[in-house]
Design a protein around this ligand. Sequence first.
Ligand code: CA
Length: 225
Amino acid sequence: MRILVVEDEKKVASFLKKGLQAEGYAVDVAYDGAEGSYLAENVDYDLIILDILLPNKDGIEVLKELRKKGIHTPVLLLTARDGVEDKVLGLDSGADDYLTKPFAYEELLARVRALMRRGEGEGVRELRYADLVLDPLRRKAIRGGKEIELTTREYSLLEYMIRNPEKVLTRAMIAEHVWDYTFDTLSNVIDVYINHLRNKIDRGFPKRLIHTVRGAGYMLKEEET
Ligand code: CA
């Protein structure tokens, strides 16, 4: 398992590198956005830990370019601020998760493990609900014969929903199962991901699959709009 760390703060970078190496990961470090882009495009990583504020090219730009080039390596963004805009911008740009600085080492490791696990793929059997098909091998969704690209995290969320159809899934349940973590601050993020999935899965189809259950959470269910 090979991880790329893109972080200009030498102390943080070396702390990350040593810690991740101690866990058995191979780690490369890039100290600015341009170097990060170059490595991310030319080396096959299992995960990229990407700081947002970087010299030469910021993390969001690096991320957007990667996704545009069809590189879907899971990306964990490091944000300095706790601003919701930063997180939303990051997630909209194709990040799979984020961590706000300063973070606890255990928290970082939990996120890294979760993203790595998602990347491995948990099964090979297709999952179906109504006219929606999930392909666990390619981590794609197909609806009405149309292939839909999903990020690692979007895929995980949709997989959790399709394994539990027509049941109310609370935000706490989603946080626990999809993020492997319980977080009060996660509810915003879950809503952002649900909106992403709606745009990808439901837009343009006569029957909606992703429903909000008021005051409770979300449900996968086939229903006329
Ligand atoms: Ca920085």
